[in-house]
Write a protein that binds this ligand. Structure first.
Ligand code: 2AM
Ligand code: CA
Length: 307
């Protein structure tokens, strides 16, 4: 049994014909002048700043509700990332969580405006602000670049573990130069699945609770760590087999979605439709347990789409 439990494979290991196993290749080196390098640089600087501020928050405020927190660190770090990106690319647009008024209408308007630009950066300065405030070490910086409507770069940096997850459209996904790959687990009963609870208690919480009620009894375990972006990075790295959450915003998931896709996984909305940047109810997985997750959410009427 021990041996079996220890032998969980990455999806690439399952294909005997795959002679070009990414894990055998030389570490990937990011070109220094590209968009990806700018995103990595901004995420690294922001992450260092955030880590040093943990436990020293001076201004704790709330947005849509008492559960929806924001600190001076979120705001300061977003400004830092904006400055760094605009230094390289002054004509690019930036959609940052702390620069959009709370509420669905403001988000839709900001996203529409941003999508008028060929280059749109989507930034979450701290994904997992509640964790950051409480000193629970599970939060990250998330930076994505959308070029002409297409997710092109995704960078997620976890400053606590010093883990930099990087994805580039068509070039794969990496963590410190080593390719990431989704898990190969096909049996829901042996799967570890992440999910989460955004602060909205009227719409998102009942849907996520209904999904939890349906899925938890059928799988090995659930983890709800409080950072959508890090959960997506963990799907990409094969640390969890799937993830779902109703009620997200583009900055919570844009970078993580590219990481999952470039690691061989699948991302859809909770109805099974392909992800797009406006998708708020998200399922990500290794591909093999995807249908199980989507079907379970449908059965429980827990998709967030009331269908
Ligand atoms: P945050 O820490 O950047 O706010 C919790 O499972 C997830 O919900 C986190 O990724 C968290 O991101 C996100 N979240 C928090 N407030 C939110 C809101 N008002 N709308 C959508 N997602 C939110
Ligand atoms: Ca945030």
């Amino acid at each position: 049994m021990w041996k079996q439990l220890c032998s969980r494979k990455r999806s690439e290991d399952m294909n005997p014909t795959n002679s070009d196993n990414r894990n055998d290749r030389e570490p990937y080196v990011v070109t220094s002048k590209g968009h990806t390098a700018a995103a990595i640089n901004a995420a690294a600087k922001a992450g260092e700043w955030i880590k040093n501020r943990q436990g020293h928050v001076k201004e704790l405020g709330s947005k849509t509700s008492a559960q929806d927190l924001v600190t001076e660190v979120d705001k300061g770090v977003e400004q830092m990332i904006r400055r760094l990106i605009l230094t390289h690319y002054p004509d690019h647009a930036i959609l940052g969580e702390e620069s959009v008024q709370p509420g669905a209408d403001a988000l839709t308007a900001a996203l529409e405006e941003g999508q008028k630009h060929d280059y749109l950066w989507i930034v979450d300065p701290i994904d997992g602000t509640t964790n950051f405030v409480h000193g629970f070490p599970f939060y990250c910086v998330s930076i994505a670049l959308v070029v002409k409507g297409e997710l092109t770069v995704g960078v997620i940096y976890d400053p606590i573990r010093d883990e930099m997850f990087v994805a580039e459209k068509g070039k794969g996904a990496y963590m410190h130069g080593i390719p990431t790959s989704v898990s190969a687990e096909a049996d829901p009963g042996s799967s570890l699945v992440a999910m989460g609870f955004p602060p909205d208690r009227t719409f998102a919480q009942p849907a996520n609770m209904a999904g939890l009620q349906q899925i938890l009894p059928q799988i090995r375990g659930v983890r709800a760590g409080g950072s959508a972006a890090l959960h997506l990075a963990y799907v990409a790295a094969g640390r969890v087999d799937g993830y779902w959450e109703v009620g997200l915003s583009p900055w919570d998931c844009a970078a993580g979605v590219l990481l999952v896709l470039e690691s061989g996984g699948k991302v859809t909305d909770t109805l099974g439709n392909p992800y797009d940047i406006g998708t708020r109810h998200v399922v990500a997985s290794n591909g093999r347990i995807h249908d199980f997750l989507v079907a379970s959410l449908g059965e429980a009427k827990a998709t967030g789409y009331n269908k």
